[in-house]
Design a protein. Structure first.
Length: 180
């Protein structure tokens, strides 16, 4: 009897812990994480006005990085040095801490993606999106941080179902033991 109860508890605990481990693995953090992060003063900017962003590359002091800004189907450009087919690029040299602060201006409303690349053309950061709105446009976004984190709701639903199943198995086992 005690063995069945303990084994039912172990199975239930394993079923509950497996989704949590999968949710932690879903974050995507680890050794393959890009070394650079682009941090913007706001996720929504006004077209024609300056905004700033910081390039932070841990472990790459003094490195040269190129930031590409791409406008998808837009006519606007970012005030960078080179523009080819909707993509602007500018090269920066990081300081001794691997950081550089950049001022930029987007010329027209739309969504723009930013990504840092090394001198060999390999991506050094994830792709970041900035939305430019027309001057005087009604802006609902407060310029705060983007929502981050894993999508753990499906894992939590499965864990709850497995917990209910395990509790049902324990109750059924106790009822059978009392009848015999």
């Amino acid at each position: 009897m005690l063995r069945r109860l303990i084994s039912a508890m172990v199975v239930t605990a394993a079923a509950v812990m497996a989704p949590a481990a999968a949710a932690a693995a879903d974050d995507g953090y680890g050794p393959g994480e890009p070394p650079c992060i682009l941090t913007f003063t706001a996720q929504t900017v006004t077209a024609g006005e300056d905004f700033g962003y910081t390039i932070t590359c841990e472990g790459l002091p003094g490195a040269t990085v190129t930031v590409q800004a791409t406008s998808e189907g837009q006519t606007g450009t970012v005030d960078q040095e080179v523009e080819v087919a909707g993509t602007s690029a500018d090269t920066f040299t990081l300081d001794e801490e691997g950081i550089v602060y950049v001022d930029a201006t987007i010329s027209a409303p739309g969504d723009f993606t930013f990504q840092a690349f090394g001198t060999d053309g390999d991506p050094l950061s994830e792709v970041f999106t900035i939305t430019a709105v027309a001057a005087g446009a009604d802006d609902d976004d407060d310029g705060g941080l983007a929502v981050t984190g894993s999508t753990s709701l499906p894992y939590l639903v499965i864990a709850g179902g497995l917990l209910a199943l395990g509790l049902g198995a324990i109750v059924t086992t106790r009822i059978r033991v009392r009848r015999s």
